[in-house]
Write a protein that binds this ligand. Sequence first.
Ligand code: AKG
Length: 305
Amino acid sequence: MSSQPEYNDDDRSDAPACFELNDADVAFYELHGWYISPVVLPEALLDAAAAGAERFYAGERDRALPAQGAFKDWRPGEGAPIRNNEFVSLQNDAIRALVQAPPIGAIAARLARTSSIRLLDDQLVYKAPAAPDAAEPGRATAVGWHADHAYWGTCSSDNMLTAWIPFHDVGPDRSPLVVIDGSHRWGDLEHTRFFNDPDLDAVEARFRAQGHAVERVPITLKKGQISFHHCWALHGSLPNRSPLPRLALAVHLQDAANRYRRYLDPQGRPVRIADELLCRRLPNGEPDFSDPVPFPTLWPIDARS
Ligand SMILES: O=C(O)CCC(=O)C(=O)O
């Protein structure tokens, strides 16, 4: 059974709790592929970010992106039970302020044992409330099993990670993130991209058939807590069975070592990820994943752009 030491997370004051990690926390993350922080984000910051998300959904932008169309970008009228928008912190100041909150970069740097953390991408994910009379409430709002790095083929590092931040408490019925314990050590997950397949049971059965022991860990959180998962950790999220919407921000993070690398798909075609359209080029013409405009440094604070 995988469970982390308990923290006292009753303190919801606007003073962030201490976010120093100890060696046991880092060892836990390295073994299991996930980590849950104490309450470290101020409520006011999260509420401001939620208001920023509302403005974003209403079509307001504080900043324009240099490219469009190559990434998930839900628009009003699509009516999907899940809204998935990427690179929102580059377009909305309140979401950017959340992404720059010091605990995110500080904890990520410690977990990844790296000297600096840069943004790679973010995803604002909204899930509609469940219809009370549905046979399987919220079924279509499950996010399917995937490893984040399977979407980042041209990133050289296997040490990247994601911070997942709900804007409210997330109990078992309000669509918690769910990870498969220790799956970041399985290997051979390059093509595990089932974000849009809500049938968690069916895909999980395939993992078992391949000989893997599958232990699901639903990550329930209090507002102000953050969960972190390794870039090769299989995860998804459970359906939103609650009568309330679920809103969360996934902040995808580069460790100091990450660089662009040329990477081919199984058909031998070069893989391209949306980040490559947003950044400057290196002298050799390759995308520069250290460009501070789309990939600001989040840690250390004194290197922040
Ligand atoms: O917010 C969700 O439901 C899914 C988020 C996710 O896939 C991630 O954090 O990488």
